[in-house]
Design a binder for this molecule. Structure first.
Ligand SMILES: NC(=O)c1ccc[n+]([C@@H]2O[C@H](COP(=O)([O-])OP(=O)(O)OC[C@H]3O[C@@H](n4cnc5c(N)ncnc54)[C@H](OP(=O)(O)O)[C@@H]3O)[C@@H](O)[C@H]2O)c1
Length: 267
């Protein structure tokens, strides 16, 4: 299996993408450490993994608390002998659909601050342990907002562009330690999967869909028609790509943004 004997830490593991990737990592043979804020969400993912014969442990960890994340990384490394893979799948509600002229500084800065801070914190905590063994993979998540002109999502656009810049920069800094750093840029996951699983995206999308008189499903169907493939990525496709990027099969890749937009944006 692709991730046999690997130890993976996932922040935001109770979420739609974090949970899907955690299940896929476990199916690929990894021992997974699930971190998040809501025990019930983490326990549900852990139960699925154990029922399928995998190994999962859970911990409540605030991913914006540097010391808490470092303590968790130290505990995982002590228990498992190191950390091979770290994924940040944290997601938060942010204002979308408000044009620049009416956007408050606070609403602009919130996603920029949260996403760049939490990815900094979780990557740094894991990289300390990876560097000791001279290997590891740090994975981040963004959306096509990183490359899209507006209007209406300036804060999220800058947040995603910042995380992608962090991916490239850290790949340069951590490469000599044998650590690969990669980002998955996924288009919106269809309503039947991520929003239905309780993703914060439902509330983000609603801010744009409702004023336009559309359901979230209609809005995402419209987004699908704007891609080259005329569809949106699935959770399984995002999770399978994460498994590949974390595996030795992607051993030549670092500093790259995996484009999972179904051709909505081309690099
Ligand atoms: N869903 C999509 O369509 C899509 C597409 C492309 C990229 N993405 C990106 O993928 C990431 C995850 O999205 P998602 O749809 O999986 O979101 P989600 O289902 O809402 O999950 C996000 C998770 O982050 C956790 N979280 C939030 N703040 C936290 C904090 N301070 N400390 C620890 N955990 C925290 C939440 O825990 P609690 O619920 O316990 O608060 C939740 O489990 C986001 O960066 C998003 O932008 C999503």
């Amino acid at each position: 299996m692709l991730l046999n004997h690997k130890t993976a830490v996932i922040h935001g593991a109770g979420g739609a993408i974090g949970g899907a990737v955690a299940r896929a990592f476990a199916r690929a043979g990894a021992r997974v450490f699930l971190a998040g804020r809501t025990p019930a969400k983490l326990d549900a993912v852990a139960r699925d993994i154990r029922a399928a014969g995998g190994t999962a442990e859970t911990a409540v960890v605030e991913a914006l608390d540097e010391q808490a994340v470092e303590r968790h990384a130290d505990a995982v490394a002590a228990q498992a002998g190191g950390i091979d893979i770290a994924l940040n799948a944290v997601g938060v509600f942010h204002v979308q659909g408000t044009p620049f002229a009416r956007l408050s500084l606070e609403d602009y800065a919130y996603p920029v601050t949260v996403y760049t801070r939490t990815n900094f914190i979780t990557a740094k905590a894991a990289a300390r342990h990876m560097a000791k063994r001279g290997s590891g993979v740090v994975l981040m998540l963004t959306t096509p907002a990183s490359r899209m002109p507006g209007p209406g999502f300036l804060g999220h656009s800058v947040a995603c562009a910042g995380v992608e810049a962090m991916t490239r920069h850290l790949a340069g800094e951590l490469g000599p330690d044998g650590i690969r750093v990669l980002c998955l840029r996924s288009h919106a996951i269809p309503e039947a999967t991520a929003p239905a699983l309780g993703s914060h995206c439902r509330d983000v999308f609603r801010q744009v869909a409702e004023p336009a008189g559309m359901s979230i499903g209609d809005m995402l169907a419209g987004a699908a028609t704007g891609t080259l493939l005329k569809r949106l990525p699935t959770l399984d496709q995002v999770a399978a790509t994460a498994v590949f990027l974390a595996s030795e099969q992607a051993g030549a890749m670092t500093g790259a943004i995996a484009n999972l937009t179904c051709g909505m944006s081309l690099d």
